[in-house]
Design a binder for this molecule. Structure first.
Ligand code: 3H9
Length: 690
């Protein structure tokens, strides 16, 4: 079998040239792969014994896209466009044989082939949007020509991986292969194309799927409206739409030019840099330096959850969703019934929205068993305690669990701030104790902080990571410190937001600044949603904080129709002059001087201390790497992905600038702004923390 290069082979069987790519892990279009493809197809074209050409991949997948690690580097080898030209202009039919995923540049290569055959389990997609990009190798012009503008809009703005059968029905795939015989079926298909003298189909020339939408501006206007909320702040979805508009309304070559122009704009911008960084951050976060790949991972086939409240219920749903039976413990039958009722209602809401079937509602409910005695937790592989944040209560529960749970069971606490080591010390098996901090609503939010105690065993950490993956969470391993990574950083923003409203910024000024930055909600709208009276009591309130004053005035948040804002019957919020007056009075009584606070100052005051806290967390070893902090904030707290999380954002601003600002703020505003020693070191020694 002649080798084209180290990642490509060319083999001729029954007049069909088979070009096989083998570039693990995902056959990305690196310089080597592009060279191999180009040379392979060219030699097959020049070989007179060859009548048709099949492109196929070894390993887990067809080409999964351009090689993202090559972005920003000097170009090497043939460009992707050259390769595509060679394929598309081949005088012999070229067939892409797809398994795994044909994504991004991979699908764009397949779209320059004359035909595509795929196995049922394979998927096709143009997910560039999720990297803050658009398909830059003709995909924006070819996809609409093969599936129509409406489907292309959905595929390219969502980045979804479309299952093969669906691809077949929309014309993206021409032929299905059997799951285990892709090569054989591709060979037969290639020979059939030749014997039936089928045309060399060039997707670029196809007009029938887009003809009807020429000049149909409403299609695009309506689509923009339909995704506006979800894509607020992101540039890439809009640019993808503009390319599809061009595909529909302009000749192919003109459309390609627009694609190139917009691709370059995105590629050189901060948003795509942030999103590409997040792509790798997400793959790094589960790699724990001192936990070797062969560390024992325990099977988790049953789970116990203590507490059927909002957290306990949401946590239980995660496990039932993937077929793991859950035993939920509550103190009384009444509370248990209430909790189980809420779970059922959540599932029924999902069924009503068509996300799951009625049968699945029953299947999942059948996996959840309620009990009123903690003694029922004697057989489960993992126990998750999700009771109130009260140390004495948690200590007591862990002491009991130690006596009840089977040997080797993982004992987890869902605390959001308490000391996991203290909880672990209540047991004779601290190595089995770990923190699993879910975020509310736990059945929806993707983040999980895995809190590694001083004595937690490696196997328990590795097993928790494996379980997290199974229940589709994005898990970050963090150390034991008050608030862990997420809430510890949140406390900085909260403190400054609370101070700023006494200095002259109104709650809605702060919320608007953070909303415009890209957060889904500002801190005051968030407090209203959660309820201002969480942890507040009428009997003990002394009117010392603004919160006391608001709660005493019956402003408890959304549930009472007013909090920092006033709400209408549909829970739409508006600024309230009464709150403005209360704040003014509160500030005056404490002789706090009011002044004009601008948007830029709000952002600096709220965000820079968060970056500083991130550095303190790294300094103390409470997060493994800077990008883990960004994973926590983008997945658990709504930090906009296109700003890459607090650490990436700090770098975009310039850590030197952040340090300078903090030093000034320390002098002018107080010691809470004191810069972290690690930040100082990073700036003076020009250390790259990423
Ligand atoms: C593009 O194509 C632009 C073009 O339109 C225009 C060009 C002009 N490059 O996810 P996994 C690595 S943009 C380099 O854990 P899975 C990944 O980092 C691209 N490396 O596996 C990881 O490395 P490590 C459009 C890549 O089985 C390893 O492969 N395409 C790339 O769960 C395994 O990855 C995409 O956006 C890449 N393109 O999922 C697809 N892809 O082991 C991106 C992966 O060192 N990729 N790696 O941590 C994916 O969605 C998933 O990787 C895939 C496999 C579904 C393929």
């Amino acid at each position: 079998m002649p080798n084209i290069n180290e990642v490509t082979t060319l083999d001729i069987t029954n007049e069909v040239a088979v070009i096989t790519l083998n570039s693990p892990p995902v056959n990305a279009l690196s310089a080597n792969v592009r060279e191999g493809l180009n040379e392979g197809v060219s030699s097959a074209i020049n070989d007179e014994s060859v009548k048709s050409i099949v492109i196929i991949c070894e390993g887990r997948t067809f080409i999964a896209g351009a090689d993202i690690t090559e972005f920003g580097q000097a170009p090497k080898g043939p460009s992707l466009y050259e390769v595509q030209d060679t394929i598309e202009n081949s005088p012999k039919p070229v067939i892409a044989a797809i398994h795994g995923t044909a994504l991004g540049g991979g699908l764009e290569v397949a779209l320059t082939c004359h035909y595509r055959i795929a196995v049922p389990s394979s998927k096709c997609g143009l997910p560039e949007v999720n990297l803050g990009l658009l398909p830059g190798a003709g995909g924006t012009q070819r996809l609409p020509r093969i599936v129509g503008a409406a489907k292309a809009l959905v595929m390219m703005t969502s980045g979804e991986h479309v299952p093969a059968e669906q691809c077949l029905s929309m014309g993206l795939v021409d032929e299905m292969a059997k799951e285990d015989s892709l090569l054989e079926d591709a060979l037969v298909f290639a020979q059939k194309i030749v014997s039936e003298k089928r045309p060399l189909v060039k997707v670029r020339d196809a007009e029938d799927k887009i003809a009807a939408d020429k000049g149909n501006n409403a299609l695009f206007a309506d689509f923009r409206k339909s995704i506006a909320r979800k894509t607020r702040g992101f540039l890439a979805p809009e640019y993808n739409i503009q390319c599809i508009e061009a595909a529909v309304n302009k000749p192919f070559e003109e459309g390609l030019k627009i694609e190139q122009e917009l691709f370059m704009k995105l590629m050189t911008g901060t948003q795509s840099a942030a999103q590409r960084y997040m792509f790798f951050a997400q793959r790094q976060v589960t790699k724990i330096p001192d936990i070797e790949p062969d560390t024992e991972v325990k099977d988790i086939n049953s789970v116990g959850v203590i507490g059927a409240g909002t957290m306990g219920g949401g946590i239980s749903m995660n496990f039932a969703n993937v077929g793991i039976p859950v035993t939920i413990i509550e103190q009384s039958q009444e509370r248990l019934d209430k909790g189980l009722g809420i779970i059922r209602k959540n599932y029924e809401n999902s069924a009503a929205r068509g996300r799951i079937t009625e049968a699945q509602v029953e299947e999942r409910m059948n996996l959840i068993d309620g009990k009123t005695s903690i003694e029922a937790l004697d057989t489960q592989d993992m126990i998750i305690e999700a009771v109130f944040e009260n140390m004495d209560l948690k200590k007591d529960i862990f002491k009991q669990l130690d006596g009840i749970c089977k040997e080797g069971a993982i004992l987890a606490t869902n605390t959001s701030a308490l000391d996991v080591n203290v909880i672990a010390a209540e047991t004779n098996r601290p190595e089995d104790v770990i923190g699993l901090h879910f975020f509310s609503p736990a059945n929806v939010m993707r983040l999980l902080e895995i809190v590694r105690g001083d004595k937690t065993s490696k196997s328990v950490v590795a097993s928790s990571l494996a379980v997290a993956k199974k229940i589709q969470k994005i898990a970050a391993v963090v150390g034991v410190c008050p608030g862990f990574v997420g809430n510890r950083i949140l406390a900085q923003r909260q403190r400054e937001a609370n101070k700023l409203i006494l200095e002259g910024a109104l709650p809605w000024d702060i919320d608007d600044a953070l909303f415009d930055f890209g957060f889904p909600m500002g801190p005051f709208a968030m407090s209203d949603l959660a309820g201002l009276d969480i942890g507040w009591s009428k009997d003990t309130s002394k009117g010392e904080s603004l919160r006391d004053v608001l709660c005493e005035a019956g402003r408890l948040g959304q549930k009472s129709g007013k909090g920092f804002y006033i709400y209408d019957e549909n829970r739409n919020k508006s600024p309230d002059p009464e709150v403005e007056a209360l704040i003014k009075k509160f500030g005056e009584e404490r002789q706090i001087k009011m002044r004009d606070v601008g948007k830029e100052e709000i952002l600096e005051r709220c965000l820079y201390p968060m970056i500083n806290e991130g550095f303190k967390i790294l300094e103390e070893g409470m997060a493994i790497r800077a990008s883990d902090i960004d994973i926590v904030w983008t997945n658990g707290y709504g930090w906009p992905v296109y700003e890459g999380g607090p650490m990436f954002y700090g770098n975009t601003i310039g850590f030197d600038k952040v340090l300078f600002w903090l030093k000034k703020a320390e002098l002018e505003l107080g010691p809470e702004f004191k810069p972290s020693a690690y930040l100082e070191k990073v700036v003076t020694e020009e250390i790259n923390i990423f």
